[in-house]
Design a binder for this molecule. Structure first.
Ligand SMILES: [Zn+2]
Ligand SMILES: [Zn+2]
Length: 156
């Protein structure tokens, strides 16, 4: 009876699976999976909150990518719909991975900014509905792109 040998065939690790997914997403968006593009998207996928260009360069420049290349790839990823660009009221663009089940231009989730320490958090579990006030005839709002909540975080 033949016994299938598993030796030498390593199961792909979590990082390899993530990289394969990232390459697939980039290709599906019609772009080439270049090293900086993969590095930017990989870093954003691991982030638990949106990151600014400065935060990305602080991590990726030491790995050999330059600031301008990182910026150009962020712009490409936003244009391709793989990354969202958000502004939370402090005039800093921040970037996060856009999830596939959301249409372009639709807000994914709201964000929370701490007034004391400036920490930004994603609030995927919070749902906010805007309803017209009773008696109001019509809303001036046609579409909401971002919801930003401000206050004091748990650590402050
Ligand atoms: Zn805080
Ligand atoms: Zn977010």
């Amino acid at each position: 009876m033949a016994h299938k040998k598993q030796a030498g065939r390593r199961k792909p690790g979590a990082r390899e699976r993530a990289l394969a997914e990232i390459r697939g997403d980039i290709r599906a968006a019609g772009m080439r999976g270049t090293a900086p593009r993969i590095a930017v998207l990989e870093r954003l996928r691991r982030a638990r909150a949106p990151l600014s260009h400065a935060e990305l360069t602080a991590e990726l420049v030491p790995l050999g990518f330059d600031r301008a290349t990182i910026y150009r790839n962020l712009v490409d990823l936003v244009e391709a719909g793989l990354v969202s660009r958000i502004e939370l009221g402090d005039h800093v663009w921040r970037y996060e991975v856009r999830h596939r089940d959301h249409a372009v231009g639709e807000a994914e989730h709201s964000h929370f900014v701490c007034n004391d320490c400036g920490t930004v958090s994603c609030l995927p579990e919070v749902s906010i509905a805007i309803r017209p006030a009773p008696g109001s005839r019509r809303s001036v709002v046609a579409e909401i792109s971002d919801i930003v909540l401000k206050g004091r975080c748990e650590s402050c």
